[in-house]
Design a protein around this ligand. Structure first.
Ligand code: MN
Length: 201
């Protein structure tokens, strides 16, 4: 039987851990909604929007750099969420080391100071968005707050770490207390992953 099929150009990456594995910092219920509902919707919409356009066949990074409007929003949100979920682990490396630690100390004074600054930027970002740690191609690290689906790739920067400050990221576990939701993330942030991103060529 012939049926019309929509090419699944981009697929929903599975979470790299069990949905209970990050509790009590990120609950199973939050991950169920955030990954299986919110992220899945961005991936599905991205596939709908690229169908029969010249974007079909492009990398998601190139779509993010070139598109605007709904296509940018859904491509960036699909990318941002895969990147976000990949940085957590139930057995995280609790501190950065090596070149990344040196770069953080140079830019912020200490890892604690970096966390304080990212917490403050997360609280200050009005509405929905992301607070990024990113590096330039000289290896300098910086905090980059972005509204809505914003991503440092559009600034020729390398994303290293993402804090999702959309309400859907924290509302189930922390209700309106965004600051508490952000602070909880540091308990499961795997600095090993951030180092990999920093040193990737
Ligand atoms: Mn989100």
């Amino acid at each position: 039987m012939e049926t019309a099929t929509v090419t699944k150009r981009f697929t929903l990456a599975p979470l790299p851990y069990d949905k209970k594995a990050l509790e009590p910092h990120i609950s199973e219920e939050t991950l169920t909604y955030h990954h299986d509902k919110h992220m899945a919707a961005y991936v599905n919409k991205l596939n709908e929007l690229i169908a029969d356009t010249h974007y079909d066949g492009m990398t998601i990074e190139d779509i993010i750099r070139e598109a605007d409007g709904p296509l940018f929003n859904n491509a960036a949100q699909a990318w941002n969420h895969e990147f976000y979920f990949a940085q957590f682990s139930p057995e995280p490396q609790r501190m950065p080391s090596g070149e990344l630690l040196d770069a953080i100390n140079t830019a912020f004074g200490s890892v604690d100071k970096l966390k304080e600054r990212m917490n403050a930027e997360s609280a200050a970002l009005f509405g929905s968005g992301w607070v990024w740690l990113a590096s330039n191609y000289d290896g300098e690290v910086m905090i980059v707050p972005k509204p809505n689906a914003g991503n440092p790739l559009t600034d020729e920067l390398r994303p290293l770490l993402a804090i999702d400050v959309w309400e859907h990221a924290y509302y189930i576990d922390f209700r309106n207390a965004r600051a508490d939701g952000v602070k909880a993330l540091w308990n499961v942030l795997d600095w090993r992953k951030v180092e990999e991103r920093y040193t990737a060529k």
